[in-house]
Write a protein that binds this ligand. Structure first.
Ligand code: PHE
Length: 488
């Protein structure tokens, strides 16, 4: 490594990945904050939206969020076996930019096509770029963890930029300007990546070693799948069949859950694990359920909570009506402010040998999530008496959810790589994203139910969510007494 040319003392290639991820997340979160507002917006008048129902719109949002993270799994496979991670990130970034620009064209077909491109592009980019971060470090380099921490900051700087620019343009000027701005952001990321990709050196350059025949076979599989997929998508867009979004979202949720369940079962029974590995797998299984539940609440920010901000919250600051999406600033800003504090607390506790075990940290994350929805139930109660309510309610909700995120998310991935069976390491990454995918689609389904009858139907759904957070948190706490060794 050339030490005269580093990025905060890290390999200079981290800068390339940092900026690429920053722009990608700018486009992702910027567009996502507009999505349900655009779909549910009145179909006539200034800045007309699509005028779709809450149930449909939230279901589409859920399918989108679920698909984005589900596609990380095939995206990883394609990078491992065909493209190599570096090239996968480049192609992914190009497809994402294309997706946002397609969304900027105001037709219903281009709306869906744009979302599909963003899904496919993110599948190629999101997981693989994180893999390259790890590959910048050699062997057991203990800088790797702090490299990932810096990388996590790029995510939050990116989403802040996204809310700032896309929400303002989209809501105040016109939806399609907001989508276009996301595309321009991603284009900056692409240009930067192309210019500075050489700084990555060999990291993520080569796919797995295999015979030419095998690679050809894999490439053919991919081609056939792509042709099949685009034929179905094309037929759908041309109106040959119609899909009920809620029905599709429900089936997709079952599908993801079954896939995850079968995978765990396969590992448990057929992977030849010893007793200790099996015990760890049970731990991971519960953490997986905890993570999926957590994200099903967390992803309400761009779903039901976004609508609560629009319809029932007073957004005026000193006489200026801020864009609805700006409330979502709270999450990235709080991550940046509190990440060092959380790290400090864990370190202090560790010194006294009191640092919470993995399941306990997940339980803490879920308890914060439960508390955040408890706050929302109070806000809904007040709004039922007199709407709109002040924005402090949503801000407090996001504060609690973000504390939850800080307890659960940064350690989740390392937990999966540490406690997963060694021979299946590569797939643990996909498994972690699969939990986000399940959370995303559930978020859309629950958000739709919550908003189906206006304010009245919100609290029963949020109460139901609080119940399952508490049950899973309780199970994890019990587990933490059984498995004492699982320190992160
Ligand atoms: N803010 C995180 C990100 O965008 C949320 C997340 C965590 C998403 C884990 C997917 C998986 O990266």
């Amino acid at each position: 490594m050339n030490t005269s040319n580093t990025f905060f003392g890290h390999p200079i290639g981290l800068r390339t990945l940092f900026l690429t991820e920053m722009w990608e997340r700018m486009s992702y979160y910027g567009m996502r904050a507009l999505l349900v507002l655009y779909m549910t917006g009145a179909a006539t008048g200034f800045n007309p939206g699509l005028g779709w129902s809450q149930v449909e719109s939230q279901a589409i949002y859920g399918i989108y969020s679920g698909m984005v993270y589900f596609m990380v799994v095939p995206g990883g496979w394609i990078a491992d076996n065909i493209l190599g991670h570096q090239k996968a990130v480049l192609i992914g970034a190009l497809i994402i930019a294309l997706g946002h620009f397609t969304l900027a064209i105001p037709f219903e077909q281009t709306f869906f096509l744009g979302l599909i491109f963003v899904v496919l592009g993110t599948g190629l980019l999101k997981g693989n770029i994180s893999t390259i971060v790890g590959q910048l470090y050699e062997g057991q380099d203990d800088k790797r963890d702090s490299g990932y921490t810096i990388f996590y900051m790029s995510i939050n700087i990116g989403s802040t930029l996204g809310f700032l620019i896309c929400s303002w343009l989209g809501e105040k000027i016109g939806w399609h300007w907001g989508f276009g701005a996301a595309g321009i952001g991603m284009t900056f990321g692409v240009i930067q990546y192309i210019k500075h990709r050489n700084l990555l050196g060999d990291a993520g350059m080569h796919p797995n070693e295999m015979s030419d025949d095998k690679r050809k076979k894999y490439t053919n599989y991919l081609k056939v799948s792509l042709i099949g997929m685009f034929s179905v998508i094309g037929a759908g867009l041309l109106g040959f069949f119609a899909i009920d979004p809620r029905f599709f979202a429900e089936q997709f949720a079952y599908f993801l859950t079954i896939i995850a369940g079968l995978y765990f079962l396969y590992l448990f029974i057929f992977a030849g694990l010893n007793a200790k590995e099996r015990k760890n797998l049970i731990l991971l299984f519960l953490l997986f359920i905890g993570a999926a539940a957590f994200w099903s609440g967390f992803d309400q920010s761009a779903g039901s909570l976004n609508i609560f901000a629009r319809d029932y919250t007073n957004l005026a600051i000193l006489g200026y009506e801020i864009p609805v999406g700006w409330l979502q600033f709270a999450n990235p800003v709080i991550v940046v402010l509190f990440a060092p504090i959380f790290a400090g607390i864990w370190a202090q506790l560790a010194r006294r040998n009191l640092d919470p075990s993995l399941p306990l940290k997940f339980a803490i994350g879920l308890l914060f999530m439960a508390l955040s929805f408890f706050v929302m139930i109070i806000a809904v109660k007040i709004a039922l008496e007199s709407s709109p309510v002040g924005m402090q309610w949503l801000l407090l909700t996001y504060l609690l959810q973000t504390w939850g995120e800080l307890a659960l998310s940064p350690i989740g991935l390392s937990a999966f790589s540490r406690y997963g069976p060694k021979r299946y390491m590569g797939q643990m990454f996909g498994l972690w994203f699969l939990a986000s995918a399940i959370g995303g689609v559930l978020a859309g389904l629950l958000g739709g139910e919550a908003l189906d009858g206006g304010l009245e139907t919100i609290s029963p759904i949020f109460e139901f969510m609080i119940q399952y957070y508490l049950i899973i948190a309780f199970a994890l706490i019990v587990l933490s007494f059984v498995i004492k060794t699982a320190k992160e």
